[in-house]
Design a protein around this ligand. Structure first.
Ligand code: AMP
Ligand code: GLY
Length: 429
């Protein structure tokens, strides 16, 4: 079958790498892709939200399955666009429609959905533009740290956590009244702080049945020891030591089953990924957020551990045939180190030639912000590469990944040197 994957990050390189291994895969295209996806698929110069062009490409190239990587096209309604066009509606798609994508696109919607469906989550109160005085008064009654969340998509920047009441009050004013995040902050949630350790859980569902993919831990802050500003994610590890069978059983019973039952009950069809960002609070899981796509850089570590034919699972999810499907998972540890441009997540330069890139057999090199410029591969984004090492232990995976990180360089390259270290001897586990 011919497949089109939409996106251009490290997540998409990892998905393309895995999909291409399937015996069911004929031609694989990535729109727009990066220099890494070009190694395993054909890149197509169409943007992720150019639905008309994507549709035309699918018809011309006899695409039978579209896999949507990032959230933006989902929230903008790529599935709805395909479904309402008679020439596109029979193309299979992994990714929910606009209604389902609201689980990620609106934190207020997802909070209300969790409350309606008894999914454990932090308590929250929503404030609207014009209500910053009420919000300030409410913040003064809350126990710090204070958590503020913009309702809409804010490219990973919409959550502010502070113990300083005056700062929280000023920030909520900027969010609600000065549109700090544009329309995304015309509603803001003030949320209870959950003290625990985070975990990313990934579910592939057809709206009725589901398979649980390997879990992963993401490292969101730019600096070692979880310091500095939030980023898209600076590394990932899978499996995660505290995701024991009994903890995952709680996640399945308390979160996954009621989420899928809730979607059905509310007549929201959902064929795609549900990425549950959760907090393990003293052994009990609470949802921090839903995403309706895979995580980046979690996907790099997750794909590295899936042994099953992943395209077969994607096709089954898109057709509504997941019932009875099983997923085989490699027990090895996978660890991904993100190499970023100096200055990221703030200002950084692009176009730096990358040295030391070669085919690796054991350690995987997934591209994110890269492009081909003449004979060279150059940096083209904040997060540039994800290096994924695999080993029998965390230490072995760590050594394999960092050995390759040390061999790759460009002017200003930056990476965290402590990925996975917190999983050894963490008192919160
Ligand atoms: P989000 O964009 O919802 O993933 O939030 C970004 C980060 O903020 C999360 O990964 C958590 O580290 C943190 N966070 C969000 N909500 C809470 C909460 N209620 N309690 C503690 N930390 C939170
Ligand atoms: N790494 C977190 C995310 O993809 O949202």
């Amino acid at each position: 079958m011919n497949v089109l994957l939409v996106g251009n990050g490290g997540r998409e390189h990892a998905l393309a790498w895995k999909i291409k291994q399937s015996t069911h895969c004929s031609e694989l295209f990535v729109a727009p892709g990066n220099a890494g996806t070009a190694l395993v698929a054909k890149n197509v110069a169409i943007g992720i939200d150019e639905f008309e062009k994507l549709g035309g490409f699918c018809i011309e190239n006899k695409i039978e399955l579209v896999v949507v990587g990032p959230e933006v096209p989902l929230v903008k309604g790529i599935r709805d666009y395909f479904e309402q066009d008679p020439n596109l509606k029979n193309i299979l798609m992994v990714g929910p429609g606009k209604a389902g994508a609201q689980l990620e696109g609106s934190k207020d919607f997802s909070k209300q959905f969790m409350i309606r469906n008894q999914v454990p989550t932090a308590k929250a109160k929503t404030f609207y533009t014009g209500q910053s005085a009420e919000a300030s008064a409410y913040l003064a009654t809350c126990q710090p740290p204070l958590v503020l969340k913009a309702d809409g998509l804010a490219a990973g920047k919409g959550v502010i956590i502070t113990s300083d009441l005056a700062e929280a009050q000023a920030t909520i004013h900027e969010m609600l009244e000065e549109k700090k995040f544009g329309d995304a902050s015309s509603k803001v949630l003030v949320e209870e702080f959950l003290d625990g350790i985070e975990l990313s859980v990934f579910v592939l569902t057809d709206g009725e049945d589901y398979v649980i993919l390997p879990e992963a831990k993401d490292y969101k802050r730019i600096g070692d020891g979880d310091t500095g500003p939030n980023t898209g994610g600076m590394g990932s590890v899978s499996p995660v030591v505290f995701a024991t069978p009994s903890f995952m059983q709680k996640v399945e019973e308390r979160i996954i089953k009621p989420t899928i039952a809730g979607l059905k009950k509310e007549n929201i069809p959902f064929k795609g990924f549900i990425f549950i960002g959760l907090m393990n609070v003293k052994g009990d899981p609470f949802v921090i957020e839903y995403n309706t796509r895979m995580g980046d850089p979690e996907t790099q570590s997750v794909m590295a551990r899936i042994q099953s034919d992943f395209l077969e699972l994607l096709i089954a999810a898109a057709k509504g045939n997941l019932k009875g499907m099983k997923i085989e998972i490699d027990p090895q540890v996978a660890m991904t180190i993100v190499m970023a441009s100096g200055g990221y997540p703030d200002h950084y330069e692009k176009g730096k030639p990358i040295q030391g890139l070669k085919d690796r057999h054991e350690t995987l090199v997934f591209h994110a912000g890269t492009k081909i410029a003449g004979e060279q591969i150059v940096t083209d984004g904040g997060r540039v590469l994800g290096i994924t090492g695999r080993g029998k232990t965390l230490v072995e995976a760590h050594t394999k990944a960092y050995d390759i990180v040390a061999k790759i360089s460009w002017e200003g390259a930056y990476y965290r040197s402590d990925i996975g270290q917190d999983l050894q001897g963490n008192p919160k586990i």
